[in-house]
Design a protein. Structure first.
Length: 193
């Protein structure tokens, strides 16, 4: 009988002791609420097409991913879009974000901000350079757009516009204007000699 009482008392003590222990947290502590889920320095992200060819390469000095918002923040991002048989498009900015698509969606976006530069140097040496405060890029489609002012410098001269849509795969740029700011192009006279 004494053994039975000792076993029951010991079991009761264990149950009481475990109920006082802290449980597994079910929510993120308030002190950790705004922190990244993961962090990387000098990161390189390489994306390939289904056929194994290189689609794009994204490098960033600092990467912070926030799972709850499905967003990755980038510092000093550099994005290179590759298309077999064509010169790559290279982009850089001070900051940016990468948004992966939700499950079932097809397309991710890279938003570049603060001193965005988009360049392509073709094999014949011809170069095009676009600068703007912000640019949204759809790497899979090789498409870029902005509703900010843009300056485009090329072999032929300089064009300014209040926005842009660009099919980078085809090299076709559509410029936007406003009532007060038309698309303006200054041609380089050296091209006509």
């Amino acid at each position: 009988m004494l053994v039975l009482v000792v076993v029951i008392a010991g079991t009761a003590l264990l149950v009481v002791d475990r109920s006082d222990a802290p449980g597994v947290p079910t929510a993120v502590p308030e002190a950790r609420e705004g922190e990244a889920d993961f962090f990387m320095e000098r990161a390189i992200v390489t994306q390939y097409r289904a056929d194994g060819t290189l689609e794009y390469r994204l490098t960033s000095d600092d990467v912070r991913h926030f799972e709850r918002d499905a967003i990755t923040r980038l510092a000093q991002p550099r994005l290179t879009l590759h298309d077999p048989g064509r010169a790559p498009w290279q982009m850089s900015a001070a900051t940016g974000t990468l948004r992966r698509p939700p499950v079932g969606a097809v397309e991710e976006t890279v938003s570049l901000e603060d001193g965005v530069v988009l360049e392509q140097t073709r094999q014949d040496g011809e170069q095009i350079r676009l600068s703007t405060p912000a640019l949204t890029v759809y790497p899979r489609r090789q498409y870029a757009e902005t509703d900010h002012d843009v300056i485009i410098d090329s072999l032929f001269g300089r064009t300014t516009a209040t926005g842009l849509e660009g099919d980078l795969q085809l090299g076709m740029l559509t410029f936007h204007s406003s009532e007060t700011e038309p698309v303006h192009t200054v041609l380089d006279p050296e091209q006509f000699k």
